[in-house]
Design a protein around this ligand. Sequence first.
Ligand code: UDP
Length: 480
Amino acid sequence: MNNLVPLNLVESLENLALETPNSQPTYALISVHGDPTAEIGKEGAGGQNIYVRELGLALAKRGCLVDMFTRREHPNQEEIVELAPGCRTIRLTAGPAKFISRNELFEHLPEFVEAWLNFRKCSGRNYALIHSNYWLSGWVGLQLKSQLGLPQVHTYHSIGAVKYRDEQNPPQMAVIRHHVEKAILEQTDCVISTSPQEVDDLRQFISQQGRIKIIPCGINTEHFGSISQKIARQQLGISSDSQIIMYVGRFDHRKGIETLVKACAFLSDSFTLYLVGGSREDGADFQEQQRIQALVKKLGLAAVTVFTGRISQALLPAYYAAGDVCVVPSYYEPFGLVAIEAMAAGTPVIASNVGGLQHTVVHGKTGLLVPPGNHHALARAIGNLLANPSLRQFYGNAAHNWVQSRFSAEAVTNQIYELYQSLTLSMFVQEIIQTNNLTPNVEKQIQTLLKSKALKPSEIKALEKLVDSFSNGTVQWVNN
Ligand code: UDP
């Protein structure tokens, strides 16, 4: 028996192949608590903001329309900010227009969903896909997916179960977060994990179900590699013979700054420690900064420690390049943009042997990995590198090349774009299947194919051919 597939299915697939290159794909990136245009380096503003902004900009550069949705945190903030042609930040009102910590944002999410739907209706934009970031936005994405049937991609940025694993008193929100993180993994179309370690964590602590694809974070490698150490030191007024230890990042307990400061107290040679990062006076990061300042004083390091405050992205390359070594002493780090930014600048990195850092820093090639929370081991590693300029040079060069080849924004965005396309194309084929009366057997086979993995454009073409063959009778379905 020949199971004929209706001709319009084949035509639709052919039209799809013709239409796709010319149409402008429109994507919604959701980052409720991480405004992509926020000042980075303060509480709540870190890697996620940069990840979303760089992704949005790189997608727009390749011709996509991208709206990045975040929550309004101040009454004077503009609702819509155009960052580049095709790439906008949209600030939605959900809860009072003021800073609200992540642990208190959940109750305002239904309002965010409503505001998003309203914006979509008023603007008339048809989004092809939603990419949510962090569990709060993941919850928003799940609501939108269930209401509109859009494909959803999710990036965790951090996993509650891992973050709170060793904490005596996790916040009450941790239980809700866990349920939401599980629903996200099981229900979204694809989760992007930024490192193999994150995949292990998701499988171990969250769920065995759900699809995960590893795509690392990308950075603007040209920007971070744009300045030599000599020029950077001239710019910053640092003498060429100083030994500089750099820390860049938020003041957060999990960043392990305490371990770094304690390690520095054991160094014998002279050095200057730069702690680069800001805090907001009403935030928990301010308390952490004060705690670290007190420790610096107590250990007699005040004269050799510089608290720079928040440094803009424009000036950061000079800080990275000025360092002899950049230390990332985190206790937990899902990815760790700072490590790759420093390496892009040609500065060797000493990082804790945790999370994504294990995969971005190559021990004995681009820097060193040390056990987290062990200030003796960290002191030995820093001491060795400071005492060995040719090893620093060797690691620094390798680090620069490694990041160029693996973590450039373009390379990473290509992978994400390909994933988006495969999901929207397979959604399109699903729609065609639903609107055509296929015999149950043919439909089942196509569904299985679509579910087995996200299809690449070339595979969609193969599917087209297959369907074509059914319709003209050159291939016949064998029932068994
Ligand atoms: N950062 C910055 N200015 C500062 C300190 C940090 O712009 O004064 C940026 C830094 O360039 C990096 C981000 O903050 O892109 C921190 O990202 P990471 O993934 O290392 O840590 P997270 O903050 O996400 O935990």
